[in-house]
Design a protein around this ligand. Structure first.
Ligand code: PLP
Length: 368
């Protein structure tokens, strides 16, 4: 199971809010099912503490609204296909990068007699993913000014390297953003909400905070890098399983597919029902450890689809049904997502997002 501590999430919002001060709102990034933590449960736990929520897809926003979330929901993804009417019907705030979407939202609003649609304009300041580039910005602004059914309520961008040691790329992006803001003002527009900062930029660049900050990773208790570190974040997710089988091996016996792991002593091997189909990626084979009896134990041999095997030889008391912690703390020991990411050759964001649907999410710390 993936145990998610909602009290830790709330504490992390406190850390974020203390970092930015009372004049800046937290636009909590709960896309990708709140990085695997469960978007609706996390949004419900945070709704009273944050300004609003950011998702990537319209469907993710609809899920939150259907679940009763009333706070503003900003759709970062910028791909609307045929869903302009859904955006309006579910009172989502679209981030727009494409001139065509200005027309499409205006038409949908007219057809639905919905009044003016508020939209946030994304500016590409150097990420080269979404957003209007400076050379197209004036044309886009004219289009917005000329379209009475839409209203520019926000301006945003995204930093590509806020967590890198070198601050220069972020400073260059912020300078480009300042130029974009000047052009927006020159066009006679004054969006009420400006937001640029992810977790790393929020803690690192005071002049990237504007009206709202847009953290994801920090909400879930992790730092993006040592050069963008908060004090006091609490990891919200633990990944836990149990020993379902135990066997005693002789020296020289092999474990798992391909016999990649060979015992060099008489060993006790525990079978644990979590594997790569659960997001416990096979790429960690040969590197991963798990906690049993408060001790670090090697994951022996290939991680399989549904199970992995753990060498518990040094945990004399290990028995069937004992808890195994793959991510999180047990006794005085801890395995964090950065460590898993190191074993897997990836980043902590991907570890969280990779925990698959079939792993039950269990919530603790629900009470205020
Ligand atoms: C546009 C945008 N804003 C904010 C975030 C949050 O980033 P982080 O999790 O590093 O805080 C992301 C994450 O991918 C993003 O794509």
């Amino acid at each position: 199971m993936a145990e998610v501590d909602l009290a830790a999430l709330r504490k992390n919002v406190d850390v974020l809010q203390a970092t930015v001060g009372p004049g800046v709102g937290v636009l909590a990034v709960v896309k990708a099912d709140a990085y695997g933590h469960g978007a609706l449960a996390c949004a419900r736990a945070l709704e009273r503490k944050v300004w609003g929520f950011a998702v990537s897809l319209v469907e993710e926003g609809v899920e939150l609204r259907r679940g009763g979330i009333e706070a503003p929901i900003v759709v970062l993804g910028s791909f609307y296909g045929y869903s302009h009417r859904d955006v309006i019907a579910f009172r989502l705030t679209p981030v727009v990068s494409d001139e065509g979407d200005v027309e499409k939202f205006a038409r949908a609003a007219d057809e639905m007699s919905a009044g003016r649609v508020g939209l946030h304009l994304k500016v590409d300041t150097g990420m080269s993913r979404l957003g209007v580039r400076l050379e197209r910005l004036d044309a886009m602004l004219q289009r917005i000014v000329a379209t009475t059914a839409v209203e520019l309520t926000g301006l945003c961008s995204h930093l590509a390297s806020a967590d890198a040691d070198d601050a220069a790329p972020s400073e260059a992006q912020l300078a480009t953003f300042a130029e974009a803001q000047a052009r927006v003002r020159a066009a006679g527009l004054s969006p009420a909400l400006t937001h640029v900062a992810n977790s790393a930029a929020t803690v690192r660049f005071g002049d990237a905070r504007f009206d709202l900050v847009r953290p994801g990773l920090a909400l879930y208790g992790y730092n993006a890098s040592p050069s963008a570190a908060y004090t006091g974040l609490l990891p919200a997710m633990s990944l836990k399983s149990r020993i379902v089988a135990l066997r005693d091996l002789a020296a020289g016996d092999h474990v798992s597919y391909g016999g990649m792991w060979k015992s060099d002593r008489a060993a006790r091997i525990a079978t644990v029902p979590i594997g790569y189909a659960d997001g416990y990626t096979r790429r960690m084979t040969g590197k991963a450890c798990a906690l049993v009896g408060g001790r670090r134990c090697v994951v022996a041999g290939a991680i399989t689809m549904d199970m992995c095997m753990v060498d518990v030889t040094d945990v004399a008391e290990a028995k069937l049904g004992d808890e195994v912690v793959l991510l999180g703390a047990q006794g005085g020991e801890r395995i964090d997502a950065d460590e898993l990411a190191g074993w897997a050759g990836t980043i902590s964001w991907e570890i969280f997002c990779g925990i698959s649907k079939r792993v039950p999410r269990v919530y603790v710390g629900e009470r205020w």
